[in-house]
Design a protein around this ligand. Structure first.
Ligand code: NAD
Length: 254
């Protein structure tokens, strides 16, 4: 890497940790961007275009509302993008896909190695456990500051389950339940968000049938696992062709 690593959202919870980890890993921290009223220890650039021009790769953990503008700026600068922001709309994701035609992008709702292994396992379990017998439910819990629900990771898990079952998530998803919902239809994928305290991120995928239940659980106790994964992605990107990659690609889990 010639120029180094830039961080979008450098004053945020993830951004601050990433700045520490980039330096601790001996990589070059170019600086970052954040909202105009926010201070940071590292160099602050005027905007994403200036940061992109100065960086080989930008680690982006900001807010979904930034994704489209950031994608366009990174594509114009030819700068690789590690995108961790969650809560992107379908239109935002279309911009991410367009950006990936110009530059290499690693986009993941969760950068932890454990969660990405869980995604691969969840897909295999969904393929192996018949939908008409095994009820699949996902429960996630996060700190009370979290702005989007369900978490990007829970949606990633739900998509992995749908893929394993060969169905479209939108046809089978059930986001929470309330009132006289009737009996649970088989094939449904339930997704439930719990919020409270300082929980960094818990995810449980369960398959329940008559007489047994099998569950896989991941609990993040600090944000280090996300920061480590984002740095792995940044180290993996140089020399990659333009394309949309995920952490399963980076960790070679497929
Ligand atoms: P945070 O609110 O602490 O930090 C976000 C930072 O982005 C803030 O400093 C904010 O000022 C800045 N920001 C917001 N809008 C901006 C804009 N228009 N331009 C520049 N900077 C802007 O949040 P966080 O906990 O660090 O999480 C940030 C994002 O990353 C969220 O979407 C969160 O869900 C996601 N996240 C993803 C992973 C993962 O592994 N993919 C892990 C943790 C968090």
């Amino acid at each position: 890497m010639e120029k180094g690593i830039g961080i979008a959202g450098i004053a945020g919870r993830m951004g601050r940790l990433l700045a520490e980890e980039v330096t601790a890993a001996g990589a070059k921290l170019v600086g970052g961007i954040d909202r105009p009223d926010v201070k940071a220890d590292a160099k602050l650039f005027a905007d994403i275009a200036a940061l992109a021009a100065a960086s080989d790769v930008v680690l982006d953990f900001t807010h979904a509302s930034t994704a489209a503008a950031h994608g366009k700026a990174l594509a114009a600068a030819g700068t690789a993008w590690v995108l961790g922001t969650t809560g992107l709309s379908a239109a935002d994701e279309a911009v991410v896909a367009e950006t990936a035609k110009q530059v290499a992008v690693v986009y993941a709702p969760n950068f932890s190695a454990g969660v990405n292994l869980m995604l691969a396992l969840a897909e295999r379990m969904a393929a192996a456990l018949p939908a008409e017998q095994y009820d699949a439910e996902i429960v996630e819990m996060h700190h009370h500051f979290k702005k989007d629900a369900p978490s990007g990771t829970a949606l990633g898990l739900a998509n992995a389950l749908a893929k394993g079952r060969g169905v479209n998530l939108k046809d089978v998803a059930c986001y929470g339940r309330e009132g006289m919902t009737g009996e649970r239809p088989s094939g449904q994928i339930g997704i439930h968000a719990v919020r409270g305290g300082d929980v960094v991120g818990d995810h449980v995928v369960m398959f329940a049938t008559d007489g047994e239940r099998v569950e896989i659980t991941h609990r993040a106790s600090s944000r280090e696992c996300f920061a480590n994964g984002a740095l792995k992605a940044a180290a993996w990107l140089p020399g990659r062709k333009p394309g949309l990659y995920n952490m399963r690609n980076v960790l070679n889990l497929d």
